[in-house]
Write a protein that binds this ligand. Sequence first.
Ligand SMILES: Cc1cc2nc3c(=O)[nH]c(=O)nc-3n(C[C@H](O)[C@H](O)[C@H](O)COP(=O)(O)O)c2cc1C
Length: 501
Amino acid sequence: MTWWLWIILATATFTVAVALHDITQKHHAILRNFPVVGHLRYLLESAGPELRQYVVADNDEELPFSRDQRRWIYASSKLENPYFGFGTDNDIGAEGYVFLRHAAFPLIDPTPDALIPCTKILGGWRGRAKAFRPPSIINTSAMSFGSLSGPAVEAINRGAALAGCMQNTGEGGISAHHRHGGDLVFQIGTGYFGARDSDGRFSIDTVLQSIGSAPVRAIEIKLSQGAKPGLGGVLPAAKVTREIADARGVPVGVTVHSPSRHTEFGNVDELIEFVERIADATGLPVGVKSAIGEETFWHDLAARMAETGKGPDFVTVDGGEGGTGAAPGTFSDHVALPFRNAFPLVHRAFAEHHLHENVVFFGSGRLGFATDAMVAMSMGVDMINVGREAMLAIGCIQAQRCHTGHCPTGVATQNRWLTRGLDPTDKSVRLGNYIVALHQELRALSHAMGATHPSLVDPERVEFGSGTGGLVKAHTALGVDPGLFDAEHRARLSAMLSETV
Ligand SMILES: Cc1cc2nc3c(=O)[nH]c(=O)nc-3n(C[C@H](O)[C@H](O)[C@H](O)COP(=O)(O)O)c2cc1C
């Protein structure tokens, strides 16, 4: 028999076997009713996101990141041409469309490639021993080793070092992949990974050990994140490898649960004491990260901080549109306020107690683009954290498989075959380029809008389309008190820029 007859025979045998399996199985009605061809439906379902992404969707249609947004990150990170030709293809009449009003006589920027430093000193208000001025207002957001692969964490760390920004460790502790030169923000979550004793309880000695061997510049206590507020997490036994177990301080191969709330504090006063305990022991600025639900908490926190003169050096507000490695859809879709509604509420609470110029505000939730960052900063955000945008820069294709362990680009998986495709050295350069490009665009925008720093832009210049042809000031639309951002406030921020630590 010739070789092609063998192939036909093998194909026919395989097809009959699949057909027999499909007809006799009872799990999938489609396969029982449409043997063999029914598999096409599952194939199309699994490849749906990619197909829509490449074939069906418009440039500005997709979420969480549109093709234009992804293209801008890819092009900037590869130092390719990030420009768009022919003019905008956006629907500029849409409700909420952002308009930024440029100055008649834009400023000329003498250093268009320089990083933008924070106007405030992190830890300055509380006089922490290791207070400092962050040299970059753009930093990478909390993403743990475990949710991200080792090479991805390493690429971000090396990229942060190249760009001169900080990498937030996420709640999975500090691993070997975090030690490639990039400065760190060490995150402590409810599981106290990298900060717990052998019984799983918080331990300040373990914190000191963790930060002693790494360039940690600040500590962030995570209350919640936008994609899964009010929920804990589970790291299945199979994922608890030796490396991950070491970073987290947990036994190898045993399922690890992190509860939905901290066990070390249960009210505002205890939270403040916890912050102070860590800051006293480490000398570092200490902040809290949270998605926003209950409003009274923020008023209580600000009030007690004003009364005691103690509390977090920084507050990270994560929008409900934020990302996650894995979470139930209900929580990602519906729990916690979106960033633009969430942040003003927190800022207002601190402003009522005259703390808004002391506390450093970080924001996250799809803010890794100059326009979104500018809108956020016009509401009082001092620093921008980028999570998924950083993932895109190191090769993520928005396949949305983070929760399956099968991320095809090796970014959000522990599968060795998939992670070997990600070269951390090559991808670190891309991360660095993206961070620098975002600074450049934000600088250019600020100067076009008549200010030398995005925090100094007059927020009156930020407007939204009303959807019926009119314009509405962003502050009016978002319920922000414009009085908090007047010329005197901006002059004080400007003066802070020249303060020394
Ligand atoms: C894969 C992945 C892992 C994450 N892990 C953490 C984490 O450990 N701790 C945390 O506070 N947030 C975590 N986040 C949320 C991000 O830090 C960030 O707040 C959120 O994605 C919004 O920023 P973005 O829109 O720039 O991604 C994670 C997000 C992703 C996508």
